[in-house]
Design a protein around this ligand. Structure first.
Ligand code: UD1
Length: 416
């Protein structure tokens, strides 16, 4: 059980190393189940989501070894997890479905429930697997898929990131050619496709809305270094925008963050793209409008951090959340710090105020927790964030150490 104590801090200055992307690593770890060979993932982030997925892969019979900045996964022999609790612990575990089905001819997972930010159904994953020839059977709160997969054309009703990843993985070992139409285009999809290609998969079009996968008989082991975390980099850019200062985000990629960088520039923050990372300097001064969209639109995962920025920026900023139906829970917590926010369904209107004051608040989800830390950096006195749910450590590696190293006053207190 963690709490974070944040005090008003001077403008942040210095360098922050950006970790490896959580959202790239999780599907890649599941993709390791597609081969009997050994897979090495370089520099995995130290996050609870990664640890939880390691336990699930072990429960599937995979050998996991983590040492010296590498995660080794060996899935020579494996099986469906026997204890459904292992799967239920995190939403991303739905990504084992494709690999299990492709290699074992059968996969079973408990149906994921809704989560704090929305219902998050998996109908597109199941519709796609069914198009690939899997029989889908629901019972006792779970879903079982079975059968030999053959290539097919799949049209996704919305470009779901997880469904695109799951189907792309399943199709690598199917008979014949699969086309995923209206596929998601996120950088993590491109990285997963490149990882699978390095294992011998035949994939074209990743990063566009049509991905074509020619099935192969088997994949081999590989060593892979996933991309840096664009959401962490974006959150740190917001931390700079809120305190005013100068941060060098080592390893951050401008090409993955265009929508955020344009918004920050509109707000008056300066950005310099360099070969080693991004230099961000100056404070946000102008209000802005954000509409979350699928990539390359503005990422829903950066909506909460940008709302923290809007709270301190003069004028009226407007947020429209189009991806998740309940992703404004941080608004009520930010209001406890003195922010002026009105929420109406999927729209939030923020009137910037020069004064926020510290208070006791709760991290309702991962990105909401990060937004509260950022707001705490510019709130008078102390802000204590109750993260009993352990949300922040699921997605931000040592956020308190990284912010402290650049002058932020953030402490993490673990309680048992
Ligand atoms: C991934 C990211 C998450 C990010 C999200 C949107 C990972 C581990 N997580 O989540 O950080 O916020 O993309 O960029 O990469 N949907 C359906 N049916 C489906 C699948 C999705 O209706 O079968 C809906 C969801 O409820 C949601 C929207 O589509 O409203 C987007 O979901 P999706 O792109 O699948 O997000 P995730 O892959 O779960």
């Amino acid at each position: 059980m963690a709490h974070y104590a944040v005090r008003e801090s001077p403008p942040l200055r210095g360098e922050i190393p950006i970790s490896t992307s959580k959202n790239a690593v999780l599907p890649i770890m599941c993709g390791a189940l597609l081969t009997r060979g050994d897979v090495r993932i370089e520099n995995p982030p130290d996050l609870t989501d990664v640890t939880t997925l390691c336990s699930l892969l072990e429960a599937c019979g995979a050998r996991i070894h983590r040492e010296n900045g590498a995660l080794d996964i060996g899935a020579k022999d494996f099986k469906n997890p026997q204890d459904e609790e292992d799967v239920r612990k995190m939403r991303a575990s739905v990504l084992v479905l494709g690999p299990l089905l492709a290699r074992l001819g059968e996969a079973r997972i408990p149906l994921p429930g809704g989560c704090a930010i929305g219902q998050r159904p998996i109908d597109q994953h199941l519709k796609g697997m069914s198009a690939l020839g899997a029989k889908v059977h629901f019972d006792h709160g779970g879903v079982t898929l079975s059968g030999r997969l053959r290539g097919a054309t799949i049209y996704l009703d919305m470009p779901s990131v997880g469904a695109t990843e799951n189907l792309m993985m399943a199709a690598t070992l199917a008979d014949g050619t699969t086309r995923i139409e209206n596929a998601a285009k996120e950088p993590e999809i491109v990285d997963l496709a490149a990882f699978l290609t390095s294992m011998g998969a035949k994939i074209t079009g990743a990063g566009t809305s049509t991905i074509v996968i020619e099935g192969v008989c088997e994949l081999h082991g590989t060593t892979w270094k996933p991309i840096s975390d664009r959401v962490e980099a974006g959150t740190m850019a917001c931390a700079c925008a809120i305190t005013g200062g100068e941060l060098f985000l080592r390893g951050a990629r401008a090409d993955h963050l265009r929508s955020l960088l344009f918004k920050l520039s509109e707000a008056g923050v300066h950005i310099k793209d360099t070969p080693g990372g991004l230099l961000v300097f100056g404070r946000a001064k102008q209000p802005f409008e954000i509409r979350t969209m699928v990539y390359p639109g503005f990422p829903t995962d950066l909506q909460a951090p940008m709302m923290a920025v809007a709270c301190k920026t003069g004028g009226t900023s407007v947020f429209l959340e189009t991806i998740f139906e309940n992703r404004f829970m941080h608004a009520a917590e930010l209001q406890r710090l003195g922010a002026h926010i009105r929420v109406e369904n999927r729209v939030a209107v923020v009137e910037g105020t020069p004064y926020l004051t510290g208070a006791n608040v709760t991290a309702t989800d991962l990105r909401a927790g990060a937004a509260l830390i950022l707001a705490g950096l510019c709130a008078e006195g102390e802000t204590v964030i109750d993260d009993t749910g352990g949300h922040i450590g699921r997605g931000y590696e040592c956020i308190e150490e990284k912010l402290t190293a650049v002058g932020g006053n953030v402490k993490r207190m673990d309680q048992v």
